[in-house]
Design a protein around this ligand. Structure first.
Ligand code: FES
Ligand SMILES: [Fe+2]
Length: 411
């Protein structure tokens, strides 16, 4: 992070701590239409335009531990993907759809492993880990079957060190173009030396956006997190940077005094030597469009990710990454850090349950969601969603007005 950005962020923290109202000129955020969460139409628009064009977390190299490893990506159930590491250690991603009759090539009952080739369990077509179709039983029965154009359909793949991202759109901008100003910050964390430390998976009985939104505002901290994060952080001093494409960053000073139950017990964990001084003195979180909230510190790197199941249900994944500790047990601070986040997330999950019946009520149908200044990252996410869908493709009553562009930051 550049010094001028750091200086500005500290000024903003000071400003946020002392302001008595929203900054002059900040607009009233229009209410978010309820139909963005509870209509099939909006859910379909997201499926058509948002997910197929977004850079999404694929897996970590620990999921592909050696040459010829494969990993079944099933985070969006209707778009299964195989991520592979070929014999030359090159990473690929393919739709898990056989080019014969469209069966799953990697069986969901055996979602990861190592194999010289991927063999479809239905009629035995086989593919190299580079996606090429290499074997067709009874080939003599096919007229003019050109194997070279029947390989598995690829996705675009990029790596941030050992973290693998995938994008269904082969023409998509690069990961760095897509993350924009945040990419430089992300690169500070030595991802090439990370390990996948722990993961969790939950089911949420609400629209996926509600899960993301929960992490984009700190307004709920003093109500539901009294015993956890609210005891450690001063959310009133949080400074938010809005970026194009629905992305954002929040920085919150870490407490000077360790309350003994800190989310990140730094002394008992390995340090990421390349982390910036700013990352050591603040909790910095990133919103990677559309579904990932990433609190990154100088010891622990966390991805909290929401995935759509249907308009009223979603999947919530939590992944912890950290610096490689080599042989032996993980540093003892991890237990405390993971336990702290588990307890915090249990509070969030309990709060999210408050949506599961009320949001289906006919009374909500005509209501909107009211957002304040400190919840502006949520509005920015919705503007990004509409841009990704194409504003002109959205029925007028489901759109949000684009009002935050003037507040996007460059660094
Ligand atoms: S569907 Fe895969 S070989 Fe027939
Ligand atoms: Fe929370």
């Amino acid at each position: 992070m550049e010094q001028k950005t750091v200086d500005r962020l500290y000024q903003q923290v000071e400003y946020e701590n002392n302001r008595t109202e929203p900054p002059e000129g900040f607009p009233t955020l229009p209410d978010l239409p309820a139909g963005r969460y509870n209509s099939e139409r909006f859910f379909e628009l997201e499926n058509e335009h948002v997910w197929p064009n977004a850079w999404l977390y694929g897996c970590h190299m620990d999921d592909l531990p050696e040459s010829r490893s494969y990993f079944l990506w099933d985070r969006i159930e209707t778009t299964p993907v195989i991520i592979t590491r070929d014999k030359d250690d090159k990473i690929h991603a393919f739709h898990n759809v056989c080019r014969h009759h469209g069966a799953a090539v990697v069986d969901p009952d055996q979602p990861k492993g190592t194999a010289p080739r991927l063999v479809c369990g239905y009629h035995g077509w086989s593919y190299g880990l580079d996606g090429e179709l290499i074997g067709v039983p009874d080939k003599r029965d096919f007229v003019d079957l050109d194997l070279s154009c029947r390989g598995l359909l690829p996705l675009k793949v990029e790596q941030l060190g050992k973290v693998i991202f995938i994008n269904q759109n082969l023409e998509a901008p690069t990961l760095s173009e897509s993350m924009g100003p945040m990419y430089g910050d992300m690169e500070d964390y030595d991802w090439g030396n990370t390990r996948l430390v722990e993961s969790r998976q939950f089911h949420l009985g609400c629209n996926w956006k509600l899960g993301v939104e929960n992490f984009l505002e700190a307004y709920h901290l003093p109500v539901i997190h009294k015993a956890t994060v609210d005891a450690s952080f001063n959310y009133k001093g949080a400074t938010n940077s809005l970026y194009p494409g629905g992305q954002s960053r929040m920085a919150m000073p870490t407490p000077e005094k360790d309350p003994g139950d800190l989310a990140y017990p730094r002394g008992a964990m390995l340090d990421i030597p390349t982390a910036s001084d700013f990352a050591r003195k603040n909790i910095v979180t990133y919103t990677l469009f559309p579904n990932t909230f990433a609190p990154l510190t100088s010891t622990a790197l966390v991805f909290l990710m929401l995935w759509p199941i249907d308009k009223d249900n979603s999947r919530f994944d939590v992944m912890w990454f950290g610096p490689d500790w080599g042989e032996g047990e993980r540093p003892e601070g991890w237990d405390m850090a993971i336990d702290h986040l588990d307890r915090t997330l249990a509070e969030d999950l309990a709060a999210l349950k408050l949506y599961s019946s009320s949001r289906k009520s006919p009374a909500f149908k005509d209501l909107g969601v009211v957002l304040n200044y400190q919840e502006r990252k949520i509005y920015n996410l919705h503007e990004g969603i509409d841009r990704a869908i194409g504003v002109e493709n959205i029925p007028e009553e489901l759109r949000v007005e684009q009002v935050l562009e003037a507040f996007h930051e460059e660094d």
